[in-house]
Design a protein around this ligand. Structure first.
Ligand code: SIN
Length: 560
């Protein structure tokens, strides 16, 4: 099946030139913008407004070793165990080493993390900060804010800091495709991005070209490719799809992390679902099925705080047995917290109250939903990709930190560390300018998927490519996506909705292709027809789009 290699759009009518253009305005993008701004001009391009992405919704917090009773070795080990054999240990160590600094940095920027209410302070802890635990962590090392509003505090802090430092922001602007030129030796080099300014309904106002010495992609994952997700509507895989169209390799895209507990609001609820943070289980809540039996007892030594892939798989298996006739959700019992629940988890409490649940006395109905894209554009922790001039940071990237399953609350930390690293590196030195072709300004014509067909993409993905997969379901998904690809048409109006639909179709095709190829179960890729974790599969799969727009899956070349 052939996917578009450029997004259809009118001819550019304006141009801008900056040192650094950052696509995306969450923790990773704004950290990069803030770090580079003192000495460079930087333009942040965001599809909505600054806080429209996933960062704002993160509940748990940031993982980092602050308690002297904990150690970097513990954090490294927990990350590697969760990552199920596909983390890059050296990169994990870089992250874990810099994680405490990144948290203290945010505090110096003004982030208000929750203070400890411990009557006896933790020995040797030099700041008054509450530390909690989430799935897969062997120690308390998650800092949080506003109880369960950690991401919102990180976003607020970085919005103020980056804008205050003079980063310019272009709101309601869709990053369509990379502008790729040549370096001095004739090899390809990123030189900018084609961008559409949009009206409030997502219609095209104008298209322009932003040229830059460095392009930083930081626009998150692709949770919206599934019918039910914790991700906000803006998370449509735009950055990874753009990189694929530019010929870059992506890696590990089959590893979509399903959060075990989003609030179940009834059969068929679709779109963004309210998260019920893992920190609720960190505070002692227990999962039960509808027949009142514990879900995690005997499944894993860490029981309800096992790594996320294990808990999601156990819930799915239990739902398949339909205890007491209930096959689409289980229950989280946090009633031991009583009235303290509302204070510790105000957002979750409000979401529960909206559906008539009082967590102080009722068990909370929950089910797994798509939450985090562990894979992405192949990059290192400095954001360096295979294309000179192009950098990728945060969820959009695959750095080797998360492997086959991300450890809870490592993602905000990674975004701050990697975003700051790339910003600092670009402050020190910019790539030499790319030679850009003097292309005549022209319309890009091709095919787009009609937004009317997006529901089919999402239903297909949730039905056949969810927590547990098999060859039959994946083949059916591939057929449906093939039919949708063939249905893409030059007659579809270019606008935000059709570009997002096309990007999501591209991401769905990449995920299914890699999931079919990986004939084993590992981390958050579970195959009922290949339940074992196979030593031969301790390797990454790359997905690329070939020149005709066909998806190609291949083992990542080893550096040896
Ligand atoms: C949560 O609060 O459970 C989510 C935290 C994360 O995804 O890292």
């Amino acid at each position: 099946m052939a996917l578009p290699r450029r997004l259809t759009a009118p001819a550019p009518t304006w141009a801008r030139d900056v040192d650094v253009v950052v696509i995306g305005s969450g923790a990773a993008g704004l950290s990069a913008a803030l770090a580079v701004r003192p000495v460079r001009s930087v333009l942040v391009v965001t599809k909505g407004v600054l806080e429209a992405g996933s960062t704002q919704w993160a509940q748990g917090g940031l993982a980092g070793v602050l308690d002297p009773a904990d150690s970097t070795e513990n954090h490294v080990r927990d990350t590697l165990v969760a990552g199920a054999g596909l983390c890059d240990e050296a990169v994990v160590r870089q992250l874990v080493d810099e994680a405490p600094m990144s948290i203290r940095y945010l505090m110096r920027l003004g982030a208000a993390f929750d203070p400890s209410h411990d009557p006896v302070p933790r020995p040797g802890l030099d700041i008054d900060i509450a530390l909690t635990r989430e799935g897969g962590h062997s120690h308390d090392r998650i800092v949080h804010s506003g109880g369960d509003r950690s991401g919102a505090e990180v976003q607020r802090t970085l919005d103020q800091s980056a804008v205050g430092a003079g980063a310019e922001v272009l709101n309601h602007a869709f990053a369509l495709d990379l502008v790729v030129g040549r370096s001095a030796d004739g090899s390809p080099q990123a030189g900018g991005v084609r961008v559409a300014k949009m009206d409030e309904h997502g219609g095209v106002v104008s298209v322009g070209t932003i040229t830059a010495r460095a392009v930083v992609i930081a626009c998150g994952g692709y949770g919206q490719v599934f019918a039910s997700t914790s991700n906000p509507p803006a998370v449509t895989g735009d950055g990874i799809a753009m990189a694929l169209r530019a010929g870059l390799p992506t890696r590990d895209v089959e590893f979509v992390q399903f959060h075990p507990t989003v609030l179940w609001r009834g059969r068929g609820a679709t779109g963004q679902q309210a998260l019920v943070s893992e920190a609720v289980r960190g505070e002692g809540a227990i999962l039960f099925d509808a027949a009142g039996e514990r879900v995690m007892q005997g499944v894993h030594p860490q029981e309800d705080l096992a790594p996320r892939d294990v808990v999601s798989a156990a819930i799915s298996a239990r739902m398949a047995l339909a205890p007491a006739g209930v096959d689409d959700h289980v229950y989280l019992d946090a009633t031991h917290m009583g009235e303290r629940f509302a204070e510790r988890f105000p957002s979750i409490h409000a979401a529960c109250r909206e559906i008539g649940i009082d967590p102080a006395v009722d068990r909370i109905p929950v089910a797994p939903a798509a939450h985090y894209s562990c894979g992405g554009i192949t990059a290192d922790l400095n954001g360096t990709t295979t294309l000179p001039g192009l950098f990728a940071v945060g969820e959009v990237s695959s750095t080797g930190v998360h492997g086959a399953n991300r450890l809870a609350s490592n993602s905000l930390t990674e975004s701050i560390v990697a975003g700051t690293r790339v910003g600092r590196d670009l402050a020190w030195e910019l790539p030499r300018p790319a030679q850009l072709d003097d292309e005549p300004d022209s319309d890009i014509t091709g095919v787009l998927l009609s937004p009317d067909r997006l529901g089919e993409v999402r239903r297909t993905m949730s039905r056949h490519v969810g927590v547990v997969r098999d060859a039959g379901g994946l083949a059916t998904a591939m057929e449906s996506l093939g039919a949708l690809t063939r249905a893409a048409s030059p007659d579809v109006e270019p606008n935000c909705a059709s570009w997002e639909a096309t990007n999501l179709l591209t991401m769905a095709s990449a995920v299914v292709s890699a999931a079919l190829e990986r004939t084993e179960s590992r981390g958050c890729h579970r195959r009922s027809d290949h339940p074992a974790t196979e030593p031969a599969w301790v390797r990454h799969l790359e997905v690329v789009l070939d020149a005709s727009g066909a998806v190609e899956v291949r083992p990542e070349p080893t550096s040896a």
